[in-house]
Design a binder for this molecule. Sequence first.
Ligand code: DQA
Length: 163
Amino acid sequence: MKIVVVQGPNLNMLGVREQQIYGPMRLEQIHAQMKEVADQNGVEIEFFQSNLEGEIVDKIQECYGDAHGIIINPAAYTHTSIAIRDAISAVNIPTIEVHISNIHRREEFRQKNMIAPVCASSIVGFGPFGYHLAMVGMLQILNEIKAAQEAHAAQQQAQQANA
Ligand code: DQA
């Protein structure tokens, strides 16, 4: 099973940018913690960050046939990008959206969210800990998918044996 983590614009500046909102943790530290959880659970994990909308769309498309889950913080593109939303819909892979800050308590322009309606879940306002929560949530989703696949395979085997 493989999870791809997609980080949008300016998240490479975590630890430097607006620490009063996003805190002191750097992206590499967040990713190191996520990798630990992935390793503990025998799940492959890949990290990707881009400041460019088209590159994020390309990465999501690459997940098709490759990844079983996507954890994404589209950052500012959350509020504008139909292209990223359509890419998530197109690949049809369970996706969890993370926002470090509570976007619902912030400026009016952050109240519009193009991404949430195509995600399995949204985690907002927990700071960097939100990524850990997303990992736990994604592992649960992947376990459920695996269990459903195994049940389906067992059912087919039973049907073949009875044929
Ligand atoms: C953010 C919230 C967005 O509104 C903002 O543009 C970001 C980060 C967050 O993680 O809280 O860049 O996605």
